[in-house]
Design a protein around this ligand. Structure first.
Ligand SMILES: *Cc1c(COP(=O)(O)O)cnc(C)c1O
Length: 229
């Protein structure tokens, strides 16, 4: 890990980011208690999750199935909520149900079929591609209404709302405003699907201003990710 000697500790970074999130919420006229912060621990060892748990964190995000499954197994003694936030292969999707409480990346109907049925119900977000690049994860905006209907109709799935990642080449607030509008349309069609998963280390303030309820924050809290070899 690239920790500078004398740099802020994990506890200090967590406190600092939690404070900035609360400030952003109040600036937007929102109650900080209405926000869920998911700490993204991808590439980091399970020991970091353990340290964050000791500091009170319960919601963790991972974006690769194999890594997530291994960490969840290693940390099965802790009361954790795992959020799967990455691209999901249809044939692996079912396995994610074994450890994840929430999946943020439902972006096509085959995934709905693969994940449907089972108890307890699985909470999911519909991921929207906010870029023009079809290779990026997420449903295209035109596909959102039909996909939302499919999720709502599936047994054992509960649609919480929409999820998005701001494009690198656009002001994040504008991208999150589009996500918010799509989310409002989803919420009109699917009662209760009012949540919005948006905001990362560098754009959570803009996401909160546009109504994000679930923030996915990695490096601002964990420090830089170890380089994967
Ligand atoms: C890695 C990741 C994050 C966290 O990113 P940071 O910039 O480290 O805060 C959030 N969402 C998704 C989908 C990610 O893959």
């Amino acid at each position: 890990m690239t920790e500078l000697p004398g740099g802020p500790s994990l506890a200090e970074r967590l406190t600092e980011v939690t404070g900035r999130i609360a400030d952003a919420a109040r600036e937007a006229g929102r109650d900080p208690a209405d926000l869920t912060t998911i700490v993204v621990t991808k590439f980091h060892p399970a020991s970091l999750v353990r340290d964050l748990h000791a500091l009170g964190v319960r919601d963790f995000g991972e974006n690769r199935h194999q890594e997530a499954r291994e960490k969840a197994a290693e940390l099965a003694d802790l009361d954790l909520s795992w959020h799967f936030i990455g691209q999901l292969q249809t044939k692996k999707a079912r396995q994610v149900r074994d450890y994840a409480r929430v999946i943020h990346s439902i972006d096509r109907e085959p995934l709905v079929a693969a994940l449907a049925a089972g108890s307890p119900p699985l909470d999911v977000f519909l991921q929207v591609n906010l870029t023009d690049d079809p290779e990026r994860g997420g449903a295209r905006p035109v596909e959102v209404p039909a996909l939302a209907d499919a999720i709502a109709a599936a047994e054992g799935l509960r649609l919480l709302g929409v999820m998005g990642v701001a494009p690198l080449d656009e002001e994040p607030r504008a991208a999150f405003a589009r996500l918010r509008e799509l989310g409002e349309a989803v919420a009109r069609a699917v009662p209760g699907a009012t949540a919005m998963s948006a905001g990362m280390s560098h754009d959570f303030r803009e996401a909160i201003a546009e109504g994000a309820t679930h923030l996915r924050i990695g490096t601002a809290i964990t420090g830089n990710r170890p380089v994967r070899v």
